[in-house]
Design a protein around this ligand. Structure first.
Ligand SMILES: Cc1ncc(C[n+]2csc(CCOP(=O)(O)OP(=O)(O)O)c2C)c(N)n1
Ligand code: SF4
Length: 301
C-alpha cells in the first residue's frame, strides 16, 4: 500500500529545533533540518561534523536542537555512526535511530571514505548530506559538489571549471536499500521520504539541495523560489532509488507529465555566483538537461 502524502496541515506540530538559531536569514538548511527532525522523531541520536550545522546548533552550553547530538571531526562522521550503533547494540537498544547530518564538503570530499566504508558494511543509519554547494561556513570555498561555472572564494574569476560530483549516484552504486535526492524547497517530499526509508535495512542516504543566500548571491527572501527553479528547470531532480529502482518524485515526477521545463537560464540569472557563465555555456548546460529529460520521457512512455 502506498504511504499517504503529508500535507502542511498534517505535518506534526512538535518541534525538535528551538526557535532562533545562529543560521543566516533565509538559510535553506534551517527548513530541511527542522522538517527532517520532525520525521526522525524524539528517539534519534545525531552526528554532525564541522559545518554551518554546527554553527546553527550553537556553542556549548547552548544547543538549538532538543535531540542528543555528537559533534565529530570532519572525516569521521560515518565512522562515528558505526561506533554509536555498536554501543546501542551492546546496550540491547534496537529502537533508537542514528542520523548523521553533514555538509557537501564534509560528505563529497572529506567524509567520503568513512561514508563509503559504512555503506558497504550496511551499517543501519541514515546519512543526510545537505548540499549548499560549497564550504560555506568558512567563507564559500568550492567543494566537490559546487556546480560548474559557480564563483567561489577560490574560483573567483571563471567560476568552477569542473562538473558537480554526483554523490547520490556514488551512494546508489553501494547497492543501498534507499537513496533520495531532495530539496529544502520541497520539505514535505523530504519528510515523506524519511518516513518511508526508516524501516529499510542498512545505510540510507539523503542528498538535500540547500539554497544559501550568502554563498549563492541572492536576496534571502527568494530561497524557496530559487530552490524550486532548480527543480522546475530540470537542473536538480527529486528522486528516490529503492532497492535499485529509480523513480522521480514530487515536482520532478509532475514535470514528466507536463513535458515542459523552465529554461535553465532563469535559474542561473537568479544568483550572482553564476554571473560569469556565458550564453554559450548556458546553452551547453541546457542541452545536457534536455538530453537527460528525453531519457526520463522515454522511460515513462
Ligand atoms: C580537518 C578540518 N579541516 C578544516 C576545518 C575547517 N572547517 C570547518 S567547517 C568547514 C566547512 C564545511 O563545509 P561543508 O561540509 O560543505 O559544510 P557547510 O559549511 O557548507 O555547512 C571547514 C573547512 C575543520 N574543522 N577540520
Ligand atoms: S552560509 Fe548558507 S548554509 Fe550556512 S548558515 Fe548561512 S545560509 Fe545557511
Amino acid at each position: 500500500m502506498q504511504q499517504a502524502k503529508t500535507t502542511i496541515l498534517s505535518l506534526p506540530t512538535g518541534e525538535f529545533v528551538h526557535p532562533g538559531t545562529r543560521a543566516c536569514t533565509g538559510c535553506g538548511l534551517s527548513i530541511a533540518y527542522r522538517v527532517g527532525l520532525k520525521a526522525l522523531g524524539p528517539d534519534t541520536m545525531l552526528i554532525v561534523p564541522p559545518s554551518c550545522l554546527t554553527v546553527l546548533q550553537g556553542l556549548f552550553p547552548v544547543a538549538s536542537t532538543k535531540l542528543p547530538c555528537l559533534n565529530v571531526t570532519f572525516a569521521s562522521t560515518a565512522a562515528a555512526a558505526t561506533g554509536i550503533l555498536a554501543t546501542l547494540k551492546a546496550q540491547g537498544n534496537t529502537h533508537t535511530t542514528v542520523a548523521a547530518w553533514a555538509g557537501d564538503g564534509g560528505t563529497s570530499d572529506i567524509g567520503l571514505q568513512a561514508l563509503s566504508g559504512a555503506a558497504e558494511r550496511g551499517d543501519n543509519f541514515i546519512y543526510f548530506c545537505y548540499d549548499n554547494e560549497g564550504y560555506m561556513n568558512t567563507g564559500v570555498q568550492r567543494s566537490g559538489t559546487t556546480p560548474i561555472g559557480a564563483i567561489t572564494a577560490n574560483t573567483p574569476f571563471k567560476g568552477k571549471l569542473q562538473q558537480k560530483k554526483d554523490v547520490p549516484a556514488i551512494m546508489a552504486a553501494h547497492h543501498l536499500s534507499y537513496v533520495a535526492a531532495c530539496s529544502a524547497a520541497y520539505p514535505l517530499d523530504l519528510y515523506d521520504k524519511i518516513l518511508k526509508c526508516r524501516d529499510l535495512p542498512g545505510t540510507k542516504y539523503f542528498h538535500i539541495h540547500i539554497p544559501c543566500p550568502p554563498g549563492w548571491g541572492y536576496d534571502p527572501r527568494y530561497g524557496i523560489k530559487i530552490g524550486r527553479l532548480a527543480v522546475e528547470t530540470g537542473y536538480y531532480d527529486l528522486y528516490e532509488v529503492v532497492n535499485g529502482e529509480f523513480r522521480l518524485t514530487a515536482a520532478s515526477e509532475k514535470l514528466v507529465e507536463k513535458r515542459k521545463l523552465v529554461p535553465v537560464r532563469e535559474y542561473f540569472r537568479s544568483q550572482s555566483r553564476f554571473k560569469v557563465l556565458t550564453e554559450e555555456q548556458i546553452a551547453d548546460i541546457q542541452k545536457q538537461i534536455d538530453d537527460k529529460w528525453e531519457g526520463y520521457y522515454k522511460k515513462s512512455d
